[in-house]
Design a protein around this ligand. Structure first.
Ligand code: ADP
Ligand code: MG
Length: 470
């Protein structure tokens, strides 16, 4: 992925390379094409992930068309502090050096007179702290009716600083059909509410915190094949001191069949996946919490939002399709000073997924060369277990009486891929021209035939928070 793939103009690409950036950060790669398509955007990513350029760059190209008018800024960027506002202004200067855009900085501690003069001349970009902006607005020195683009940056800090009411007032003064971009490191409920109220059909992107910061998690890649996965899992479950473990699968069919297989082999396991209604999921989670079961087989969709922490082991039975999911998954272990271990099962087809994960986390995951003895020595498992999903021949096996053969798992028809998946793989590269807004996560769930449990699409109730271990 390079900046040139994102749809930015040549002038801008020149400025970017002069600035010394060779590659967009993940948030930039995801945000820029959508902003250029004039979509509203919610971008959630930690500090230092390059959020500034993800709005400054496309804004420069958008604002390159059109003209300034006195007293009517064409775009507005709200920042919680003077320092941040000044940094954004520097970014505009740096990247906008091949464009003739005018800019005004409206912050406390700077002579009001100069700021007003700039506004009177007309500006393309107004960068302001909410307090100072309100001040000028109330004195009639500024009109926000020509402002077709609004950026609410560092929204969670705005919240901490008590700026939300000001922001609401400011939002209501802007044209309704403006484009609004909201950036935040976290998404607390008041920010969610603000976004619901003032953004329209936003694209939401979230970049996970790099997992490498948590050195308490020991990570391994286990090279295996689809045929052997179940044997390998059982071997690890036996040879490792697995007190509590979550086993992640990419498909709900796999979740069901793997849980069945584990139970058959005497493990105390349970399952959560998208076909279960909320109360069943909670019940299963309660069993996990109570120690009735110690292994939970789960899909990403079912596990997302469930704050299950402190498990001793995470197993990625299937390598996740999206690197963010890897970070979310393994983040279930190694919490609060406790050590955790994450094993990711990798087959030949997973090479690209693993490369993407390692790129996101900036870390090579050690390949486990010493397979636990129990794996090698594992007795041939019951034939019900073979072939495991993935490698199976394409013929359907009829479910013979007395056999609980995993018929579905054994025959992965092509149709079982994206459609049956809990979440379909996203295309690797964003394209400038999308025929229609790409479905968001929510829609993926619907498309995945995920059961009528839409209650889980929203914020997750606090009572689902579970902390395991101590
Ligand atoms: P955030 O707003 O997410 O906290 P910033 O936009 O302030 O992050 O960027 C953090 C740092 O990363 C800055 O020093 C910026 O210059 C640098 N940076 C941003 N984008 C890139 C990139 N594509 N390549 C290299 N460095 C970058
Ligand atoms: Mg920032």
């Amino acid at each position: 992925m390079s900046f040139a793939d994102l749809g930015l103009s040549d002038e801008l690409l020149k400025a970017v390379s002069t600035a010394g950036y060779s590659e967009p950060t993940p948030i930039q790669a995801q945000a820029i094409p959508s902003v250029l398509m004039m979509r509203d955007l919610i971008a959630i990513a930690q500090t230092g992930t390059g959020k500034t350029a993800s709005f400054v760059l496309p804004m420069i190209d958008i604002l390159a068309q059109g003209r300034t008018r006195a007293l009517m800024p064409r775009s507005l960027i709200l920042e919680p502090t003077r320092e941040l506002a000044a940094q954004v202004a520097e970014n505009f200067e740096k990247y906008g050096k091949n464009h003739k855009l005018s800019m005004a900085l409206l912050i406390g501690g700077v002579q009001m007179g100069d700021q007003v003069k700039a506004l009177e001349r007309g500006v393309d970009v107004l960068i302001a702290t909410p307090g100072r902006l309100m001040d000028l607005f109330e004195r009639g020195k500024i009109l926000l009716t020509g402002c077709s683009m609004l950026v609410i940056d560092e929204a969670d800090r705005m919240l901490d600083m008590g700026f939300i009411p000001d922001i609401e007032t400011i939002c209501s003064k802007l044209p309704v059909n403006r484009q609004t971009l909201l950036f935040s490191a976290t998404m607390p409920p008041p920010i969610k509410k603000l976004a619901d109220k003032f953004l329209s059909n936003p694209k939401t992107i979230e970049v996970a915190r790099p997992a490498t910061t948590n050195t308490n998690i020991t990570q391994y890649i286990v090279q295996t094949s689809a045929m052997k996965k179940r044997d390998v899992l059982r071997g690890l479950l036996q040879s490792e001191d697995v007190q509590t473990g979550i086993v992640f699968c990419n498909r709900k069919t796999t979740v069901r069949e793997l849980n069945k297989s584990l139970k058959r082999h005497g493990f105390r396991s349970g399952e959560i996946h998208g076909d279960m209604d909320q109360s069943s999921r909670i019940a299963e989670l309660d069993r996990f919490k109570a120690g009735e079961i110690n292994i939970l087989v789960a899909s990403d969709v079912a596990a997302r939002g469930l704050d299950v922490k402190g498990v001793s082991h995470v197993f990625n039975f299937d390598a996740p399709w999206h690197p963010d999911d890897y970070v979310h998954r393994i983040g279930r272990t190694g919490r609060a000073g406790a050590k955790g271990t994450a094993y990711t099962f990798v087959t030949a087809e997973d090479a690209e997924n693993i490369a993407n994960i390692e790129k996101l986390t900036g870390q090579q995951i050690p390949r486990l060369d010493r397979t636990p003895a129990t794996i090698a020595d594992a007795p041939a498992s019951g034939e019900a277990d073979k072939p495991a999903e993935g490698d199976a021949p394409r013929r359907r096996r009829s479910r013979g009486k007395g056999s609980d053969a995993p018929a579905k798992a054994a025959a992965p028809e092509p149709a079982e891929r994206p459609e049956r998946a809990e979440r379909a793989p996203r295309p690797a590269a964003p394209r400038r021209q999308e025929p229609a807004p790409r479905p968001e996560r929510r829609d993926h769930r619907a498309a995945a035939d995920d059961g009528p449990d839409d209650g889980w699409n929203g914020p997750f109730p606090a009572f689902l928070e579970v902390t395991l271990g101590r």
